[in-house]
Each structure stands twice: as structure tokens, then as C-alpha cells.
Design a binder for this molecule. Structure first.
Ligand SMILES: C[S@@+](CC[C@H](N)C(=O)[O-])C[C@H]1O[C@@H](n2cnc3c(N)ncnc32)[C@H](O)[C@@H]1O
Length: 263
């Protein structure tokens, strides 16, 4: 087999997307950069197969959050990135999904720029697209939807409620939705979405533990709670959710993959 085509350079920080869970969705560039790195700072919920692409002797630092629990502070992450790069290490900062989508990449890249440290952003396959795809829900299925909005279920800014400005999109994909599902549903209903519109939650998508609950917007919060669905999960709202009944290919491919349908 040929050697790596993309090689990490000394003193550079690579802000890399690890994909949504299935290690097969890692990009070739991410795999090569990992293979030629000597320091990996990574999020918590990563498949060990992804980290195994880094050399065994590479330093591995778990800087991720466990649920709502302890997390390495953003300041400490900045310090580690800066210091490792300045001592000439080849640094991969590995983040779930795509680092540009709710991944705080802007803060880390800006800090590196100000510190005079070279960086590159390597996009990844985001859970916002891949998780619905593994649940058999193409987000803009022809005839069902022509627009999609990807939103955070909670907002970093109190002045900007999470669902501001999304009422016009045919399909909504809400990340970080699981802990506040009932209140998100109330907001969507208040914004004019019908109780009858199909809705799905997909947890641990693209992994063998993927679970899908399909209901309507009016019943999805209760259905998810009844089936003990836990984060990480995405909420998908829109007519495209109907496609799941015909296109749930991953559920068929992975026999243990539990699918719950509720209308
Ligand atoms: C802080 S955001 C980061 C998103 C990430 N940058 C991306 O592009 O996928 C974390 C949220 O992504 C979603 N998520 C990530 N991986 C997931 C998975 N395998 N299954 C379901 N949702 C996932 C969940 O909504 C979770 O709360």
C-alpha cells in the first residue's frame, strides 16, 4: 500500500473532522494526517478505531466533555494546542462530525492565528447530514422538501433563542436537542409547525447502537422518552421523515439496530 498522501507538518495544528461515528466516514485526509501526527487532542465520544489511525507512540489527550460533566476548559485546550505546536509537534485537533458545525473551530483557529501558529481546517462528515442518511431520511427528498435548516437545540447566546429564523425551512435538523426536546417542540409548535408533521429522533447514529424513533411533532418528545432515547441524538422534522419507512437501509444492514416506529 502507498504511504500517506497528506502529511502533517511540524508546528502546524490540523483542526480535523472525525465524522459522526462510523469510522468508515473519516476522510482520507483525516486518516493520513492522523497517521503522520505525534499529538492528538480529541473529543470524548470518538470510536477507538478512528484514534487507532494515529501512531501508537503519538500523544493522545481526551479533552472532551462527558455528557454534561467535566470537560477540559476551552482555555486549557487553547494552551495545549499552542504549546504542542510551538514545540514543533504535528498536532491533530480531532472533533466529532465537521469541526465547522457547532464545533468551536472559529475560537480555536482565531486563537492560533493570534498566536502565530499555522493551522488548517479539514472538514468532516457532519452528523447533521449523515445521521438522517443512516436512518433512511434524505433531507431534501425530491417532492418533499427543497430547503433544510440545521440548528442547535440550545443557544450560546441568551438573546438569540435556538430556533430563531428557521420557521421557513421545509426540513429542520436540530442538534443538541435531546435534553430539551419538550421545550423545543413547544417552540416549533408556537412558531406555526403542525402537530401532525412527521418527526424523528436518531440517537448514536451511524454506529451499531443507532436507534430511531419516528412519530409526529406532537408526539415525538413522549415517544423518545418512552423508549429511553439518550444523547447524542438529532431531531429531524418535516415531510422527508416519511422516507424512513421505505429507506431505512442501515437498520436492515445491522440486525441489532433497534428501530421503533410510533405514529
Ligand atoms: C456539539 S454538536 C457537534 C456537531 C458536530 N460538529 C457535527 O458536525 O456532527 C454535538 C451534537 O451533534 C449531534 N451528534 C453528533 N454525533 C451524533 C451521532 N452519532 N448520532 C446522533 N447525533 C449526533 C448531537 O445532536 C450532539 O448533541
Amino acid at each position: 500500500m502507498e504511504g500517506p498522501r497528506w502529511r502533517a507538518e511540524a508546528g502546524v495544528v490540523y483542526l480535523v473532522g472525525a465524522g459522526p461515528g462510523d469510522p468508515g466516514l473519516l476522510t482520507l485526509k483525516a486518516r493520513d494526517l492522523l497517521a503522520t501526527s505525534d499529538c492528538v487532542l480529541h473529543d470524548h465520544l470518538l470510536d477507538p478505531a478512528v484514534l487507532s489511525f494515529a501512531p501508537p507512540e503519538a500523544e493522545r489527550l481526551d479533552v472532551g466533555k462527558v455528557g454534561h460533566g467535566a470537560q477540559t476548559s476551552q482555555d486549557r485546550i487553547h494552551e495545549l494546542l499552542r504549546d504542542r505546536a510551538r514545540t514543533g509537534r504535528r498536532v491533530v485537533r480531532l472533533k466529532g462530525g465537521c469541526p465547522t458545525l457547532f464545533g468551536r473551530v472559529a475560537e480555536e483557529a482565531d486563537m492560533l492565528r493570534r498566536a502565530g501558529v499555522r493551522f488548517e481546517i479539514v472538514p468532516g462528515v457532519t452528523s447533521a447530514l449523515a445521521v438522517p442518511a443512516y436512518a433512511g431520511i434524505p433531507l431534501t427528498a425530491r417532492g418533499y422538501a427543497a430547503s433544510v435548516a440545521i440548528v442547535a437545540g440550545h443557544s450560546a447566546s441568551p438573546e438569540r433563542p435556538p430556533l430563531t429564523g428557521v420557521s421557513g425551512a421545509d426540513t429542520l435538523v436540530v442538534l443538541m436537542a435531546m435534553r430539551s426536546l419538550p421545550s423545543l417542540v413547544r417552540q416549533l409548535l408556537a412558531a406555526g409547525r403542525s402537530e401532525q408533521v412527521p418527526a424523528a429522533v436518531v440517537s448514536e447514529g451511524t454506529t451499531p447502537r443507532q436507534r430511531v424513533v419516528v412519530a409526529t411533532l406532537g408526539t415525538i418528545a413522549a415517544a423518545a422518552a418512552a423508549h429511553g432515547i439518550e444523547p447524542p441524538g438529532v431531531l429531524v422534522v418535516g415531510e422527508v421523515v416519511r422516507q424512513h419507512a421505505r429507506l431505512a437501509w442501515f437498520s436492515e444492514a445491522v440486525p441489532d439496530n433497534l428501530v421503533v416506529q410510533k405514529s
